[in-house]
Design a protein around this ligand. Structure first.
Ligand code: P5A
Length: 441
């Protein structure tokens, strides 16, 4: 992409309405624009990040055996009356009437609808287990939408729903999602610590939240510092191996980690030596629930078991805040100059800076490299604008692409470009004809 042809409305100053760094930076980089309280348009740069996060989530859900579907955002109220949540959800639910005066709602979550889809599609235990998920916009009329995409009213969620015959089988489905979450967040450069959680309006018996540590997080957290030494990403897992999956869950749940709602100071002091106690704040990026037959019973999702009897299925639901993650990653990875994108979620991998637009040789060298990188499928943002070098460096640091390639007349005489690593700040000179091989991996 050529910056001269892009839509990236950069703000020079910090927007007054933003209280936390991720919200400030997202507005300053022109990633999003606020349309109403807690509701945002995603502009090209922001949308690229959102899509990359979504794709990582999708790949890891598929790997764990979940099947992608897509349900509508607007739901009929009937199913919610059956589950008893139409009234229970209160003011957080946006209620709508259609032209026939039928009650509709903008979905805050999809337990009812997916349970009904399952009910119609599966009759026998032989078709179990199943896990269906979608990545869809939700609306919750939050009392206090704030911090940009972190607590929005309209936000993008991945929500998965598992269906099993027995409690034990349901536990395995829960464990698979638990492990897939560790892998999903690790791929984005995050350590999301699982903590036992309350179930709130989703309900159920068992629940874990996944939190990343950040000063601006909404929850207070207490944890054992040895979490840092765990293997978060490189472990291989066979999702069909019940014991292996349970073992990973045990390893991660045996250490103390709790949000203030679940925190037990005496237990904490008993289990964690003083020098390993870490208190701080956390951002909830995922939340999983096991609720058994809470929805299958009222909605009639029953299957025929091996003994011929009809039984309600055992279910859980599993959420990831896809749009919240964009802000969460920025909270976890930035400096005074701007964002530092972990490569897997970066909007572009390389920012190419032409230091002297109008100089025939520099233009030609940049043009050639730009096209070669594009041809090899490397996401590159080419700053081909006629601007001061300082402004170009500032913009690149602000938007935080992992690599900057700087080409100017001086280096060009020797066939050299400067390559800067945004995260470490390290710079090195690299022969221009080696750059394609270096970035096209
Ligand atoms: C699990 C999937 C549920 O809704 N039903 C389907 C269950 N869980 S949850 O904890 O309420 O939400 C799941 C994740 O969505 C993100 N999230 C939000 N993101 C931005 N703005 C909001 N207002 C918001 N509310 C929830 C969180 O990451 C949460 O973990």
């Amino acid at each position: 992409m050529r910056l001269s042809q892009y839509f990236m409305p950069i703000l020079r100053d910090d927007p007054k309405e933003a209280e936390i760094v991720s919200h400030k930076l997202m507005l300053r980089c022109g990633m999003i624009r606020q349309e109403a309280a807690g509701s945002y348009s995603w502009l090209p740069l922001g949308l690229r990040v959102l899509r990359k996060i979504e794709q990582i989530v999708r790949e890891e859900q598929n790997r764990a055996g979940a099947l992608e579907v897509l349900m509508p955002t607007i739901q009929p109220a009937d199913l919610w009356r059956k589950s008893g949540r139409y009234d229970a959800y209160g003011k957080e639910m946006l209620r709508i009437k259609d032209r026939h005066d039928r009650d509709m709602l903008y979905g805050p979550t999809n337990e009812e609808m997916i349970t009904d889809i399952f009910r119609q599609g599966v009759q026998s235990y032989k078709e179990l287990p199943r896990n269906l998920y979608h990545i869809q916009w939700k609306f919750r009329d939050e009392v206090r939408p704030r911090f940009g995409v972190m607590r929005g009213r309209e936000f993008l969620m991945k929500d998965a729903y598992s269906f099993d015959l027995t409690r034990e089988a349901g536990q395995h489905s829960y464990n698979k999602m638990f492990v897939s979450y560790l892998k999903t967040f690790a791929r984005m450069g995050l350590k999301a610590v699982p903590m036992r959680a309350e179930t709130g309006p989703i309900g159920g018996k068992d629940s874990h939240e996944f939190l990343i540590l950040a000063d601006t997080g909404e929850s207070e957290v207490f944890l054992d510092s040895t979490f840092h030494d765990m293997d978060w990403s490189t472990f291989e897992i066979d999702y069909d191996n019940v014991d292996a999956v349970a073992k990973v869950v045990d390893e991660f749940t045996s250490k103390y980690a709790a949000t203030s709602e679940m925190h037990d100071q005496a237990d904490y002091e008993k289990r964690v030596p003083a020098d390993r106690r870490v208190t701080g704040r956390g951002i909830e990026v995922g939340h999983i629930f096991f609720f058994g037959t809470k929805y299958s019973e009222p909605l009639g999702a029953v299957v025929q078991g091996p003994d011929g009897k009809m039984v309600p299925v055992q279910s859980g639901s599993y959420g990831i805040g896809v749009s919240r993650l964009v802000g969460g990653i920025i909270e976890a990875s930035h400096d005074e100059a701007g964002i530092i994108w972990p490569e897997p979620v970066a909007p572009f991998k390389v920012g190419l800076i032409n230091l002297k637009v109008g100089d025939a040789d520099t233009d030609a060298a940049c043009e050639k490299l730009y096209k070669a990188l594009e041809t090899r499928g490397v996401d590159v943002l080419y700053d081909d604008r006629d601007e001061r070098a300082g402004a170009k460096f500032g913009t690149m640091d602000l938007i935080g692409l992992p690599w900057q390639v700087i080409i100017g007349p001086r280096g060009l005489k020797d066939g050299i470009a400067e390559v800067k690593n945004r995260k470490t700040g390290e710079r090195e000179n690299v022969a221009i004809d080696q750059l394609v091989a270096r970035f096209a991996t």
